[in-house]
Ligand binder design. Structure first.
Ligand code: ADP
Length: 271
């Protein structure tokens, strides 16, 4: 497949705007003279699970940091749930977005990092209810109800009155996942969520993510080095190489039957 064709076909459902939750259109990102992403075109559909794989430095984190508005694209546009991230349209003209608009768009996005960053002085329940109460403005009772449901989902319903230091790293990361889900984001971003965990704690976190994925409705973009997990959980795998989507498709094709030497050699490291 040529690069143009690959990039074009990475835009799934281009004519089905209703179901597209995240859209990158001709996105370029450079730091100074260094171009780290070039002409990125990507649509992620409602409920879709997309795994991003690729060597260190290939641009995976930059893709999701731009979605979090932590980085601004040098060129091109990014949309979440039909809203442009850095611009808004007024009378048919694009003008730079203000902080209020950015906050609104950010509210549609949940992110879980390697470092779970729970508030150490708050119970697990409060860790999960602070943002919904203060950012979304929902009632305490509603926030608690949602938090209980999500903590049950990640298997920690019995820990609501504990403090983070009383939990293992794997359990803390599961709380961080629940905390994000309580906000009911349009898309959940996961950046190597198991990378900082002791190996024996990785499985429980991946299991939780698999369960959430299996429920179907959560749109997920997942950066991972866990290839077996990517194969099990993803509808689509994107192989990033040198700031481009070099290969993409069903996990069966990308992970089991890689076309390029670069991907074959990358996957070879995990065998
Ligand atoms: P990955 O997540 O695939 O490891 P990244 O998206 O983190 O890759 O990084 C892609 C490239 O962009 C790397 O070469 C990295 O050094 C560079 N990069 C990332 N952030 C910055 C920054 N703030 N300033 C300069 N270069 C950066």
């Amino acid at each position: 497949m040529t690069e143009e064709v690959a990039e074009e076909t990475a835009k799934v459902a281009g004519d089905d705007n209703e179901s597209v939750v995240v859209r990158y259109k001709e996105v370029k990102k450079a730091f100074g003279d260094t171009v780290v992403l070039n002409d990125l075109n990507l649509d992620v559909k409602q409920g879709e699970k997309v795994a991003l794989i690729g060597p260190s430095g290939s641009g995976k984190t930059t893709i999701i940091r731009m979605l979090m508005t932590l980085e601004q694209p040098t060129e091109g546009t990014i949309e979440v749930d039909g809203e442009m991230l850095w611009h808004k349209e007024v009378n048919g003209e694009l003008i730079p977005a203000d902080e209020k608009h950015l906050r609104k768009v950010r509210g549609k996005i949940g992110m879980v990092f390697q470092q779970y960053n729970l508030f150490p002085h708050m119970t697990i329940m409060r860790n999960c209810t602070e943002a919904p109460i203060h950012v979304l403005g929902i009632s305490k009772d509603e926030a608690k109800k949602r938090a209980r449901e999500m903590l049950d989902k990640v298997g920690l319903g019995d820990k609501i009155n504990n403090y983070p230091s009383q939990l293992s790293g794997g359990q803390q990361q599961r709380v961080a996942i629940a905390r994000s889900l309580v906000m009911q984001p349009k898309v959940m971003l996961f950046d190597e969520v198991t990378a900082a965990l002791d190996p024996e704690l990785v499985g429980e976190v991946l299991e939780v993510l698999k369960n959430i994925a299996a429920e179907g409705d959560t749109t997920m973009m997942i950066i991972t080095h866990e290839m077996e997990f990517a194969r099990d959980v993803a509808d689509r795998v994107l192989f990033l190489d040198n700031g481009k989507i070099a290969e993409h498709g069903h996990p069966r094709d990308v992970l089991v039957n890689p076309q390029s030497e670069r991907l074959q050699s990358f996957l070879g490291r995990f065998n």
